[in-house]
Design a protein around this ligand. Structure first.
Ligand SMILES: [Zn+2]
Length: 264
């Protein structure tokens, strides 16, 4: 594979920053949209309405205040109007997205496959952040992951053949359902949420059936270590629960990019 030229590298980095900015919108707005549709179904709040504004003084941001990373650095991380500080999560998510897009370019070259991998990364990043902050895994993202993964593999736009992708989706949902059903029977409480099952089905469509067991193992072990560390530090809130989505997402990244699989 030929090395991508400088223009392509800059293009992917810029695309990553712009998509990262949209990932921030998803992280901030999707959970509010979900909760609001339950509490106040008539209120107008979606990904585009109201326009981006400062959460403290509600000043609507101009286009030049919305340039990924650059605006944050120039305003030194503060609102230009009320000077309250803005969460560093915004530029961090943008930089991580750009780094992930460059990783996709490095792995797949300047191809449609690379763009598909970019979609995979951005969706997983949004899901991991939303779950970490709110314990929610919005259906719209897990379903998008599943269907784009299946269609992509049918069109040979992902490295996973369709039959493995289908198997991964079905087994992903079924296997984790079985584990969570068993856990519920043994422990008498819910171990995993429906969102985790849907996320694993989506991941299965991308990594394929042969990578699913390593993926679940990686996620469980890393989740267990995290849970134990938090327990010893006395920081395990929510009745001892912690979000499992970020561990599934991280393991999904690892299996997709490193090709971790049981062979075949
Ligand atoms: Zn402000």
């Amino acid at each position: 594979m030929a090395l991508p030229n400088l223009e392509t590298i800059i293009l992917f980095a810029a695309l990553g920053l712009i998509v990262g900015s949209f990932v921030n919108v998803l992280i901030h707005r999707l959970p509010i949209m979900i909760l609001q549709s339950e509490e106040k179904p008539t209120a107008v709040f979606n990904l585009w309405t109201p326009r981006s504004h400062c959460p403290h003084c509600h000043h609507v941001l101009h286009w030049y205040e919305l340039i990924p990373v650059v605006s944050y650095v120039i305003s030194k991380g503060r609102c230009r109007h009320c000077t309250q500080s803005i969460s560093p999560r915004y530029p961090i998510v943008e930089v991580i997205t750009a780094a992930l897009f460059l990783m996709c370019l490095r792995q797949f070259g300047p191809t449609p496959q690379a763009l598909m991998a970019c979609f995979f990364c951005a969706t997983l990043l949004a899901l991991a952040c939303i779950d970490a902050e709110t314990f929610l895994l919005p259906d719209i993202l897990t379903q998008a992951l599943l269907w784009v993964g299946l269609i992509g593999s049918a069109l040979s736009l992902t490295p996973t053949p369709l039959i493995q992708s289908l198997g991964g989706a079905v087994l992903g949902y079924g296997l984790l359902w079985l584990v969570s059903w068993g856990f519920e029977k043994l422990a008498g409480k819910e171990g995993m949420g429906q969102g985790d099952l849907k996320l694993l089905a989506g991941l299965g469509a991308w990594v394929g059936v042969w990578s699913l067991l390593p993926l679940i193992l990686l996620a469980s072990v890393s989740g267990l270590i995290f849970g134990l560390v938090q327990k010893f530090r006395g920081q395990l809130g929510h009745n001892g629960h912690f979000p499992f989505g970020p561990f599934l997402a991280l393991s999904g990244f690892a299996c997709f990019f490193l090709g971790i699989s049981m062979g075949a």
